[in-house]
Structure formats: C-alpha cells, structure tokens
Design a protein around this ligand. Structure first.
Ligand code: GCW
Length: 723
C-alpha cells in the first residue's frame, strides 16, 4: 500500500486518495478495535484498521479463529486486559462472540424473525441470516458492532463505519442490516492492451492511460490496481472487466497465452472482494488458430471454449466470466454462421457453467451501415428487435447487458424497452460512467440523478416493479454495469469532480433507491474531510450548488428535448448539429424549416413506441402526454408546438441554451470562491477545466441556437443576440 500523504492532496506517489484519504480513518484509527475472523478478506480489514491505528494511535486485536487466538497491533492494547473495545468487527461464525456482539446478533435475529425487523437497505428480510456480502451495524453499551456472515461483509461493514466517521462512535444505534440490492456490481474497462491507432490506450477514456495496460503490455507496477480495488470496495463494486469490449488482436490473447496478465490483476483485486472478468472475441477459436470456424454449434468450437475456460479457472479460480460484444460495430458474432445471439451466448455459458462463471452478453446491436435515406429503419428499435424474440432461450448464467437507453448513452433518452421485454432472461443495466457523451470529464456532470431516474422508472406504470427491481432481483437479476471513467491520471478521473460519478455508481449499484444528493454529500464528506482551518460547511454547500443539477445544466446547453446526438462525429465532443445527419449511424434529428424530431409513433412513425408495455406505449405515442424532455425523441413537431409549460419548442431551445451557459458561468464563479478550502493543485485543475467547459458550452449554445434560428426563421422572443 502507498504511504499516506496530506489529506486531499496527491500522495508521494502522485495519486489522489479520492474518497479514502487517511483523515477519513481517524475515528477508527484513534480507537480500540477487536476483529474476529479469519481468511484473506478479514486480513484486508485488519490491515486497514492497523494502518489507521499506526497513524492515529489506536489499537487493533485480531482473533482469526476465535477468542483464544490472536495478536494485537498498535499502542494501547487493552485487549490484554479483556477490553474494553470501541469497535468490534466479527464474523458470526468465528466462535462465541463477545457479550455485546452476541446481544446485537440475538437482537437482530429476533427482530428479523418478527415482521417488523431492523431497517434493511435494498430488499426485504426473507431469512434471519445477514446474507452474502451483507453486514449488521449497531452501537450498544458504548461499543460499535459490525457483524457479517462473510468476510466480504466485514469489509463492506468497515467502510460503512468509515462513512459514518465520528458519528459511528456517538449515540447508541439500533441494529441495521445492509446488503447489496444487486449481486453483480461491475465496472467494464474499455482499456486496450495495445494502443489502438484511433481509440488509443483507453477507448472513450478521459483520464489518461490505463491502470492495467501500457503500450502493449501489463504494467510493471500494479500498486495502482490494488489502490483501485480498495476504492471500489469502499463504494461497493465487486467485479471488473479488464479490457475493452472491442477485442483486438493483442487482447484476444488474454484468454490464452497472456492469461498470466489477467491472473496478476486478479491477485491485486482479490483482497478487496473484486473479481475479474474478461472481454472476449467471439471469433477467438478461429483467430487463435485452433479451429476452422467459430460457429457456436460446431463441436470443435465448443470443445475449444471448454478447454480454454478450464485453463482460465486453473489460473484464476474465482474468475467472474466473459463479456461479449458480438455482431455489433464490426465485432464478430454468431450471425456469420446463420446462428443467433442465444446460440452464441449459450456456447460461452456452457463453458463457464461448471465453474460458476457468467457471460455478460451485450444487447448493443444495431446496423451501423444504415442508409440515412431510408426513414423506416430506426436504430432505437434494434436491441429489442434482435433480443426480445430470444427471451427464454438463454442459459441461466447468461446476463443480457442492456444500455440504459435505446440509442447510446445520450444525456436524455427514454429507458430501453428491452429491460421490460425479457422476463425469462437475466438482464443487467449498463450505465456509462465515463463521460463520452456528457462532457468527456472536462465538464462537470454529476450523473447520479440521471441514473437514479432510470433505476426508478416503472415500465408497467406506478403499480409495477421498477428497473432497479428487475436488474437487481436476487435470482433473476443481472446487476449493474458501469463503463469505468478511471485511468492513470493523478486524480483517477481526469476531472477531480468526476470521481463522484465513480463513487455514485457503486453506491447506486448497492442501494439503487439512494438519493443522489445524499450520495454526493457522502462523497464530499469523505473526499474533503474537515481539517484545521478549512470551512468544510462552505465547501459542501458550494459543491452541492455546482454538482447537484450539473447533468441538467449539461442537457440544457447541448441537444434539446431528448433529440440527442448533435455531437461532433468520431470524437463525440462539442457541437455539430448536422454531424451525424447524413451518415450510416442511425442518429438523426430530421430538422427542416418547419420542425424537428423523430417520429417514432406507431401511427405515423417507426413504431418504436410499441416496444413499451402500457401505459408508456400510450404515453409516448401521444403528442400531448409525452413528457416534454423526450418530445423530440418520439415526435417530429413544428417549431411552434407548445410545451406543457406554455413555451414553444423553438423558444425552449433558445431559453435552455442561454440558461445552460449562465449556469456554467455561475458554477465557475462559485468554484473560484473555494480556493483555500482544498489543495491548490486540485483547485487549479478544476478552475482550468471550468474555462474549457464554459468555452464549449458557449459553442454549443451559439451553434444550436444559430442553427435553429436559420432553419426556422423564428426570432428569439427576448431579442437576445444569436449569431
Ligand atoms: O458509445 C459507443 C462508443 C464506442 C463503444 C460502443 C459500445 C466500445 O462510441 O466507442 O465501443 O458505444 O458500447 O460498444
């Protein structure tokens, strides 16, 4: 582990501690802790507490097996005299517990047997166990107690205490059980082993290079990988895919002769309960020379995958599984052999099943060579059209990984209809933490409010389940996947405030109904701990002002009313209203002199609205009931169309673009006031980025407003200058 640096600043290795600065461990490190539990993950807990104690003068005693076993670390070891302890972290199975922990456990079991059990985060109590990865936390008789059935639960419980800070050691608190809503909480890295000529080391990466790979090889020093695992455990992520879903030549070999690289990464992440997954090339058997075909129904192909997968598990016994992008944007897949996605996914699932591994099969499949003249083809329809008919055909270790919207991670899209269309398939929700379409980590854009809206969306109306219930369901849910925004940048994420997105992804995957502002608050408290002479309250207030609605601000100065994709082609940064209009990518807005928007109705358009169950199939179909923010996603309307707030579409475009830029300017000034409340280098980095954000937002405003003024000829009602 890296030695500690001053709070909030890069440590001697040049890496910012993100949400785990040493200061966050002061409350634990200055107290007396008993740790009861064996095994490597409990070892991680011990290491964390011991390190904090070495810094802040507390003590920790570890008893791996039970009360008779153990050694103390730290100064004031009261354990020799039998206590008292301030904090007890114990596995329920690790021998008879100290009386206070026993009392907490008994109380918890009694309460969960009754219906009015202790507060539970995520799901309802169906048994008296704490559950895989879960923990119970309580404060009783002056002792803070954390209990877990598994060591992973202890680790998550420890980070819970870190989040509580001093509060953890204050008033008594009744037993609360916490456990993750979703079993799989994964980050996909679009990292290339070999630098790609167009996409670079990390596809859509805005935070420097890869923490795993460099110039065609595994990095020599994997310290950063371990530090990443630690950050992930502290926000609840438990799986990582270590390479890009576009699997090129060097990356294809990770499965075979370069497997040792993957094993080395797994070794660094394992102590934090994070499992490794691998993106694989569907044509790997062909590419690596073993077979004459990659046909999923071919016996040789099946045998190849079985043998290769067996070797993967020999090297990495807790390997998570494969991620596959097939028949999409040029990647190989089962279509070449006249087979479908179920045949393809089941082939890999069959190879993984004996070892308990899963296949994340991506639903991001569409025709990227579409004829823009053909108005009947609709990219939004593609995933549903390809996958919905296959419901029920996938093996139970296949997880269909679905992007949150039907197009491609735009700042405003409806929720993908695929999520509600496949009741007999495990579905995972894919979110884009890396800000490809949301400012590329040069713009402040706190994404949790958008994700939270997606997770709370109820495809069958208010009485039915929400997206979170579908993807996080214990047996049938596929979990949450985020495309990581982390790289080898000293602040991890390029923009220091983009760390909040990584943190929030983990926290929402653990507890999807969490309030995004509360998550942000938690992140602020950890990342900018109170320290001498600094007014943390002021900083907190300002950061909320800057970040809470920053995604709304981004939406206002970019593409309006859900129309999406007015970005510059290829790089996807900055405005280019017609950039994709006459291309094969299927991302059009159809603006002309009379109006704008895509008619996706059943009555007169592409019929996409019919992919939703009622009530949404009706709501989206209806021009009057369709929510304004999605109006142009579903309808082509005249510029004079009146929105629910009484404004016209054209006036809304002007107003939101002026407002968005003003909001950025306000945020920039607010940030300027915060110099002195954090390390100067961090402040300066964000200040510089704000200058770029403002420049870019003005460009968006002027290009979009000028474009629509010229098309429509309708002047701004307020007479503002539009170039
Ligand atoms: O959003 C698009 C990106 C591609 C990416 C693709 C995908 C990894 O522009 O760079 O490829 O999505 O999700 O597969």
């Amino acid at each position: 582990m890296t030695p500690p640096g001053p709070p909030g600043s890069p440590d001697p290795y040049g890496v910012h501690p993100a949400w785990l600065p040493d200061e966050a461990f002061r409350p634990i490190g200055s107290r007396r802790t008993l740790l009861r539990g064996g095994g490597p993950l409990a070892g991680t807990v011990h290491e964390e507490v011991a390190r904090a104690c070495a810094r802040y003068g507390g003590s920790v005693r570890r008893q791996a097996a039970g009360p008779d076993d153990g050694a103390a670390t730290g100064g004031d070891d009261r354990a020799e005299t039998g206590g008292p302890y301030d904090l007890m972290l114990a596995l329920t199975a690790a021998g008879p517990l100290p009386a206070v922990a026993e009392a907490v456990l008994a109380g918890f079991r009694r309460a969960s047997a009754a219906d009015d059990g202790p507060a539970v985060e995520g799901r309802s109590i169906e048994d008296a166990g704490i559950g895989e990865e879960g923990y119970v936390v309580a404060r009783r008789d002056g002792v803070t107690v954390v209990l877990a059935d598994s060591a992973a639960g202890l680790l998550y419980g420890l980070f819970h205490v870190v989040r509580l800070g001093e509060e953890a050691f204050g008033a008594e608190r009744p037993a609360e059980r916490h456990r993750p809503a979703a079993r799989l909480r994964m980050l996909d890295h679009w990292d290339n082993v070999a630098v790609h000529p167009v996409m670079g080391q990390v596809e859509r990466g805005y935070a420097g290079g890869s923490i795993f790979w460099r110039d065609g090889a595994l990095r020599d020093d994997l310290t950063r990988v371990a530090a990443y695992g630690r950050l992930l455990a502290a926000c609840g992520v438990n799986a990582v895919a270590v390479n890009n879903v576009n699997v090129h030549a060097a990356e294809t070999r990770l499965l075979t002769d370069r497997l040792g690289d993957v094993a080395a990464i797994a070794d660094r992440l394992r102590p934090y309960g994070v499992r490794v997954h691998l993106s694989v090339n569907f044509a790997a058997p062909l590419a690596l020379g073993g077979t004459a075909t990659a046909d999923p129904l071919d016996e040789d192909v099946r045998a190849w995958w079985a043998a290769v997968t067996t070797r993967v598990y020999e090297a990495i016994p807790d390997f998570g599984g494969y991620v596959v992008k097939a028949d999409s944007e040029g990647q190989p897949g089962p279509y070449a052999y006249g087979r479908d996605h179920a045949d393809g996914a089941n082939l890999l699932a069959g190879a993984l099943a004996p070892f308990g591994g899963v296949v994340h099969w991506r639903a991001f499949v569409y025709n990227h060579r579409q004829d823009w003249r053909d108005r009947s083809t609709d990219r939004a329809r593609a995933a549903y059209d390809h996958f919905a008919p296959l419901d029920g055909r996938f093996r139970d270790n296949v997880i269909l990984q679905v992007k949150h919207g039907p197009i491609d991670f735009q700042v405003r899209e409806p929720v993908s209809p695929v999520i509600a269309a496949m009741p007999r398939t495990r579905v995972a929700l894919e979110l884009q933490v890396t800000q490809e379409y949301t400012g590329q980590q040069r713009h402040v854009c706190y994404l949790a409010p958008m994700w939270s809206e997606v997770l709370g969306f109820r495809p069958w109306g208010p009485a039915g389940p929400g997206v979170a219930d579908i993807v996080a369901g214990d047996v049938a849910g596929g979990g949450l996947v985020g495309v990581s925004n982390a790289g080898d940048d000293p602040y991890w994420t390029g923009h220091p405030l983009a760390q909040a997105n990584l943190y929030a992804f983990g926290r929402l995957a653990w507890a999807p109904s969490s309030d995004p502002a509360a998550i942000l608050d938690e992140w602020i408290g950890l990342t900018f701990p109170p320290s001498a002479g600094r007014d943390q309250g002021r900083l907190r207030e300002a950061l909320h002002e800057i970040m809470d609605d920053s995604c709304g601000t981004y939406e206002r100065y970019t593409a309006p009313l859900g129309v999406g994709f007015m970005v510059r082609p290829g790089r996807h940064y900055g405005p280019d209203v017609d950039g994709y209009e006459y291309t094969p990518w299927g991302t059009y807005h159809f603006a002309d002199r009379d109006g704008v928007g895509v008619d996706r109705t059943r009555a007169t358009g592409t019929g996409f609205t019919g992919q939703y169950p009622p009530p949404w199939s009706e709501v989206y179909e209806s021009l009057t009931r369709c929510p304004d923010e999605l109006l142009l996603f579903f309808h082509h309307v005249p510029y004079g169309h009146v929105l629910h707030d009484g404004s016209t579409v054209i006036q809304h475009i002007y107003d939101t673009h002026f407002a968005g830029v003003e909001e950025v300017e306000r945020a920039r000034l607010r940030w300027a006031e915060l110099a002195g409340l954090m390390p100067a280098s961090l402040h300066a980095r964000v200040r510089e980025l704000f200058a770029e954000q403002l420049r870019c937002a003005e460009e968006w405003r002027d290009q979009v407003n000028a474009y629509f003024l010229r098309k429509s000829g309708v002047p701004d009602a307020q007479g503002r200058r539009i170039p």
